[in-house]
Ligand binder design. Structure first.
Ligand code: AMP
Ligand code: ZN
Ligand code: FE
Ligand code: FE
Length: 283
C-alpha cells in the first residue's frame, strides 16, 4: 500500500553499521512512500553508486550524505552532511583518516572484552562487517551471535556505551572542524539527533549558535525517537536560530530493529518541503 509522500534524510547501509545493502534500503523506502532520501553512512561514501542506480530505477531522489562523529565536552556529537561533492579528494582523504581511527580503537575494545572473559577477534568483526567503516554495532552483533549478550542494546548498555566496561574513546575531531570539512566539500552540515547532545536548554542553543557561526546549516528536528512535543520544540528552535529543519529515521536494520525506513517507529513523517531549502544551502 502506498502511503503519503515523505522523505528520509538519515539512513545507514551495510557500507557502515547498517544491515541492509543500499539497494535494499531503496526498496524499503519505495514501499514506505519515500520520494527522496539521503544515505548517511558513518565516515564513508561507498554506498552512493549502488544507491543512486537503485534510486534511478525506483524514481527516488538520492542525496549524497555522510554522518561524522565529533567530540564535544567528552561526549560524541554527530554531524550530518548533505548534497556533498562526494568525489572531492580532500573529503575522501579525511573520511579515510577517520576510518583509521576506528581500526586503532576497535582492537582495544576487543582486548577489554577479552579481559572480561568475552573472547572474539578483530578478524571475526571485520569479516562480519564486510566494510572499512567498522563500528561498535558490528562488535555488538558478533557478541550477540556468540551468545554473550541478548541484544545489540544489551551490548551497549553493559559493555560498549560511553563509560561502560569495554568502552574506548575514539580520537575524534571537534564539531567546528567537522562543520568546516562538510562546507569545504560543498555540503550542508546539520546537527544530528539533537537529544543525544550532552547539553540542553540555553547551553544547547549556544552550541547551535556557535556551530552556525562555523557554517552549520540545519538541525535534525524530526527524528525517530522524538516525542511529538520534541519535534515541535526543535522545529521552533531551528526557525528562531534561522537554521533549516531536517529529519530522518536513522535506520540501521538489525541493530535498531524498532526503526523502519521512512517512518521510524511509525509516526515519523519528514515533509518533502524540507528538501529545496536544504539543496539551496549547499554549494
Ligand atoms: P561507533 O561509530 O563505533 O562509535 O558506534 C556508534 C554507533 O553505534 C552510533 O552511531 C549508533 O549507530 C550505534 N549506537 C550507539 N548507541 C547505541 C545503542 N545504545 N544501541 C544500539 N546502537 C547504538
Ligand atoms: Zn550507526
Ligand atoms: Fe548518529
Ligand atoms: Fe546515524
Amino acid at each position: 500500500m502506498s502511503q503519503a509522500q515523505r522523505i528520509d534524510l538519515h539512513l545507514h547501509t551495510t557500507h557502515s553499521d547498517g544491515s541492509v545493502p543500499p539497494r535494499g534500503v531503496l526498496e524499503l523506502a519505495h514501499r514506505a512512500g519515500v520520494v527522496a532520501l539521503a544515505i548517511t553512512d558513518h565516515d564513508i561514501l561507498s554506498a552512493l553508486p549502488e544507491a543512486m542506480a537503485a534510486g534511478q530505477e525506483l524514481g527516488i531522489q538520492v542525496i549524497p550524505g555522510v554522518e561524522i562523529s565529533s567530540r564535544y565536552l567528552d561526549s560524541e556529537l554527530h554531524i550530518l552532511g548533505y548534497f556533498l561533492d562526494w568525489h572531492d579528494p580532500q573529503l575522501i582523504a579525511r573520511l579515510a583518516q577517520l576510518r583509521e581511527t576506528r581500526h586503532s580503537r576497535n582492537p582495544q575494545i576487543i582486548d577489554k572484552l577479552a579481559a572480561l572473559g568475552y573472547a572474539l577477534t578483530y578478524d571475526e568483526v571485520r569479516r562480519f562487517a564486510g566494510t572499512e567503516s567498522i563500528g561498535r554495532p558490528h562488535i555488538a552483533q558478533v557478541m550477540l551471535q556468540k551468545g554473550y549478550v541478548t541484544s545489540v542494546k544489551d551490548a551497549f548498555d553493559r559493555f560498549l556505551g560511553t563509560g561502560k566496561a569495554a568502552y574506548v574513546a575514539r580520537e575524534l575531531p571537534d564539531p567546528v572542524t567537522v562543520v568546516q570539512w562538510i562546507r569545504e566539500a560543498k555540503g550542508v552540515p546539520v546537527l544530528a539527533h539533537p537529544t543525544w547532545a550532552p547539553v540542553s536548554g540555553a547551553a544547547f542553543v549556544q552550541l547551535c549558535r556557535d556551530l552556525k557561526e562555523a557554517g552549520l546549516g540545519g538541525i535534525e528536528a524530526l527524528y525517530s525517537t522524538h516525542k511529538p512535543k520534541q519535534n515541535g520544540e526543535f522545529l521552533a528552535l531551528a526557525k528562531s536560530l534561522e537554521l533549516l529543519p531536517t529529519g530522518g529515521s536513522d535506520f540501521h536494520g538489525e541493530s535498531k530493529p524498532d526503526i523502519d525506513v521512512g517512518v521510524g517507529r511509525g509516526d515519523l513523517k519528514v515533509p518533502v518541503a524540507f528538501l529545496d531549502p536544504l539543496q539551496a544551502a549547499a554549494g
